[in-house]
Design a binder for this molecule. Structure first.
Ligand code: HEM
Length: 448
């Protein structure tokens, strides 16, 4: 008879592992794995959670149905920000919403969306001039949020309302809150609620215009949402439609920005691996062919492997949480209903069997010669998996390739602080501080 997973060492009498979990979840989970192997448990105050860290076991857990492992109870913090949408919605509504968005994130649609993104990235790189310094964290956030607004709401909306939208949106994003009630009079939460109401007012006319058929091609994903239907075949109600547009902006910008900052850090920390990547970029994307054809980005094999290795070593997703609705078994243990289940990409990605010498930056481990069956890529959890796998992963991959390729094509870069640690914060993992990068275009590369 399987028993519940063993408790990680270090639980305090009442708080359990909560203090160490909130201080540094990755360190706690890493210690638990060393003590008990791939499946163990922690106590977070009154709650118990199974922690699953093996690559095989993690995939098994992500494939479980919603009736066993649910997302909705653990994503309720999204509701005061965007309403009953996506992971925070009832499962039937969630399925209809995901189904409505899915086609726009597949195949050629992704490349079509990436072409305007390329213009933004070219413009940003051109604005850098021939030499200087940029702070990777704020620069990537600004760029990816601008791109998100264009992708979701259209270029025309961004030109008209971009600055105000950005200010209000950042107030909503800063209102992420796990414990306090929605209307608790904390200034940050009051600002969030006000900004959310204002954003809804701002987007309603856009939605209505999209539904009236005015310039659907110029309205980004909002046009897809406006034309889509819920599970009963009716158009999404206005709150849901606007909430979906906003949650797409939210899901796409900070994750991509943080992953790009880590990519710059790791690439610049490893000049030996960086040199062939920069050469590949210059060979595949010669100067003068601007904006670079999006299809060419897929030919950047070495850069692609580096991005996988960056996501392996520094995934922005540090913990994935599910609520256990039905008892299930994993790794020879039984996880009781009423518990939570936690997955931890940064720990799983250092599994020494799947990723030998796991602490080493070794993009070549993803080459077909060394990994003919693609097991190394399949083991990555940064974009989650199963029914909740990130919808925007192909788009994010192209966006990250574009930013890195255009920077590498033109500049020699250097980290001002050569060893930034991960910042301790809620949200996507990113390098601590501003993460300044010094750059210079060598004489021959000034016009690339
Ligand atoms: C490096 C960039 C990104 C990372 C690391 C990332 C990561 C993730 C993860 C881990 C989840 C699932 C969370 C869970 O299973 O609990 C997710 C979901 C999602 N992501 Fe991303 N994401 C990125 C970029 C994007 C972009 C660019 C978009 C859209 C434009 C996007 C849209 C979504 C959506 C809509 C979901 C909800 C999927 C669902 O539950 O059905 N993401 N993302």
């Amino acid at each position: 008879m399987p028993t519940p997973p063993p408790l990680a060492p270090g639980a305090l009498p009442l708080a359990g592992h909560a203090p160490s979990f909130f201080k540094d979840p990755v360190a706690l989970i890493d210690a638990g794995r060393r003590a008990h192997g791939p499946v163990f448990s922690v106590r977070l105050g009154p709650d118990r959670a199974a922690v699953v860290t093996g690559p095989h076991e993690s995939r098994q857990v992500l494939a479980l149905p919603e009736s066993t492992l649910a997302v909705r109870p653990v994503y309720q913090w999204l509701r005061p920000m965007f309403g009953d949408v996506m992971q925070a919605a009832a499962h039937r509504d969630y399925l209809a919403q995901r189904a409505a968005l899915l086609p726009a994130f597949r195949g050629r649609h992704v490349e079509d969306r990436t072409a305007p993104v390329a213009r933004d990235i070219h413009a940003w790189v051109a604005s850098l001039g021939t030499s200087g310094r940029f702070d990777a964290n704020p620069a990537m956030q600004r760029l990816t949020l601008d791109i998100a607004v264009r992708l979701v709401l259209g270029e025309d909306f961004r030109a008209r309302h971009g600055a105000e939208f950005r200010r209000l949106f950042l107030d909503v994003a800063a209102g992420m809150e796990f414990l306090l009630p929605e209307n608790f009079p904390l200034p940050r939460l009051v600002r969030r609620n006000r900004a959310r109401r204002r954003l809804f007012t701002m987007l309603l006319p856009e939605l209505r215009a999209a539904r009236a058929g005015q310039d659907p091609a110029r309205r980004g994903y909002l046009a897809t949402i406006a034309a889509a239907h819920d599970g009963d075949g009716a158009p999404f109600d206005e709150d849901t439609a606007v909430g979906l547009a906003l949650i797409l902006c939210y899901a796409s910008y900070e994750t991509t920005a943080a992953q790009l900052a880590w990519a710059l850090v790791l690439l610049l920390q490893h000049p030996r691996q960086l040199a062939p990547v920069a050469e590949e970029v210059r060979a595949v994307l010669p100067a003068g062919e601007d904006p670079v054809p999006v299809g060419a980005l897929r030919k950047l094999e070495l850069l692609g492997r580096c991005l996988w290795e960056v996501q392996r070593l520094r995934p922005v997703t540090t913990v994935l949480t599910r609520s256990v609705e039905e008892t299930y078994e994993v790794g020879g243990h039984s996880v009781p209903s009423g518990w939570k289940t936690l997955l931890c990409p940064p720990v799983t990605h250092r599994d020494p069997e799947l990723y030998p010498d796991p602490g080493t930056f070794d993009p070549d481990r993803f080459s077909s010669a060394r990994d003919p069956e693609g097991r190394a890529v399949a083991g990555l959890l940064n974009f989650s998996g199963g029914g909740h796998a990130c919808l925007g992963r192909h788009l994010a991959d192209l966006e990250m390739r574009l930013v890195l390729a255009l920077l590498l094509r033109r500049y020699e870069m250097r980290l001002v602080d050569p060893h930034p640690a991960p910042e301790r914060r809620v949200g996507p993992s990113r390098p601590a501080g501003a993460c300044p990068i010094a750059y210079r275009a060598p004489a021959g590369a000034r016009h690339r």
